[in-house]
Design a protein around this ligand. Structure first.
Ligand code: NAP
Ligand code: GDD
Length: 335
């Protein structure tokens, strides 16, 4: 059998890098799509240099997506690129809609025009449940997004379903609950906390400012979740799946575990900054992934505690190795 080829959009992001690791291990030819930038940001895929092919295209530019698929002729496309940070979606709602909503249609149009046999994965989100209408949330739970990001993801989800039903494209939507790792962006709360713990432990900061400590999320490990994306595209029929751990934890519990791992008491360091509270909050997410377990045979392997401790350990090691540049040794405050 010939080597399968996959295109990953969002290859420079957290999930793109884990999915590339996973597919390369399976013997795939992997082509990562990057948008043009004046400086490279390949930190998360540095270890894959020489194994990955990189092509430039942009979710804002339809022709670039068509040309990408024409050149590469993939069997699978994983559409992971988006503006993924919820607070930014209130600052830049239109741009978020362009990337996170219309970008999906542009990618699907490229599939439709170039090769309808391509199998397509869309990175949908538990943020679509927003003001959750039931607990736990399943594939049938009504959607009620609470941010421009969530609204854009609802569009991306339904356009994926629509292209499946309109054109018979093998298009799947993975409704993934929050998933984290040492490669998570530092603006997201898990990594903000584990990075903050490491900086406090190493004497580079004293405090960590956070917003809503009572928000609850169903947090899993990104390395486990990319396997579910691949499994969806190996099935006889395309479908949509919730991917989650089934557990929910508060930001407060995340702080307790992370600070304790470094021998610190979180209450001595965490301060609540009302400016970090969101205009509309998603209070509670908890997923029911029993369909994924039944049909895909998927289940998470890393527990919440293991995940947070893995992230704290990685940040302690990274910050331990860091030294302030000469002439700039002043104690740094939180970002
Ligand atoms: P991430 O780390 O923020 O990565 C986002 C990626 O999208 C980056 O590679 C970014 O490229 C790329 N991108 C943004 N705009 C683009 C454009 N116009 N053209 C091409 N590429 C563009 O996100 P992630 O955590 O890996 O998440 C992957 C996907 O899953 C996202 O769609 C996210 O919304 C969704 N999702 C994530 C979670 C989660 O908990 N992580 C849960 C549910 C759904 P640059 O490096 O150039 O910025
Ligand atoms: N980022 C951040 N920073 N969040 C904070 C803070 C803080 O200082 N303090 C409290 N929180 C709370 C937020 O209010 C939110 O309720 C929760 O922590 C999680 O925030 P994030 O880690 O930013 O993630 P998110 O749930 O908004 O969005 C992530 O998960 C979605 C899936 O549900 C992103 O990865 C999205 O792209 C993804 O779709």
């Amino acid at each position: 059998m010939s080597t399968p080829t996959a295109v990953i959009t969002g290859i420079t992001g957290q999930d793109g890098s884990y999915l590339a690791d996973f597919l390369l291990d399976k013997g795939y030819r992997v082509v990562g799509m990057v948008r043009r930038s004046s400086t490279e940001n390949f930190e998360r895929i540095e270890h894959l240099r020489g194994k990955l092919e990189i092509c430039q295209a942009d979710l804002l530019d339809q022709l670039s997506l068509i040309n990408l698929l024409r050149q590469v002729r993939p069997r699978e496309v994983y559409n992971l690129a988006s503006q993924s940070f919820v607070p930014t979606s209130w600052e830049q709602p239109v741009l978020t809609g362009e990337f996170t909503a219309l970008g999906v249609t542009r990618m699907l149009e490229a599939v439709r025009l170039v090769d309808r046999e391509i199998r397509f994965y869309q990175a949908s989100s538990s943020e679509m449940f927003g003001k959750a209408q039931e607990v736990p949330q399943t594939e049938r739970t009504p959607l009620y997004p609470r941010s421009p990001y969530g609204v854009a993801k609802v569009y991306g989800h339904w356009i994926t379903v629509n292209y499946r039903e309109s054109y018979g494209i093998f298009a799947c939507s993975g409704i993934l609950f929050n998933h984290e790792s040492p490669r998570r962006g530092k603006e997201f709360v898990t990594r903000k906390v584990t990075d903050g713990v490491a900086r406090i432990k190493r004497g580079l900061a004293r405090e960590l400012s956070l917003g809503n400590l009572e928000a609850r999320r169903d947090w899993g490990y990104a390395g486990d979740y990319v396997e579910a994306m691949w499994l969806m595209l190996q099935q006889p029929r395309p479908d949509d799946y919730v991917i989650a751990t089934g557990e929910t934890h508060a930001v407060r519990e995340l702080c307790e575990i992370a600070f304790a791992r470094a021998g610190l008491n979180w209450q001595e360091h965490v301060v609540v900054d009302p400016k970090l509270v969101r205009p509309a909050e998603v209070d509670l997410l908890q997923g029911d992934a029993s369909k994924a377990k039944r049909v895909l045979g998927w289940q998470p392997r890393v527990s919440f505690r293991q995940l947070i401790e893995m992230m704290v350990d990685a940040d302690l090691e990274r910050v331990g190795a860091w030294r302030p540049p000469l002439g700039n040794e002043k104690l740094q405050t939180d970002n």
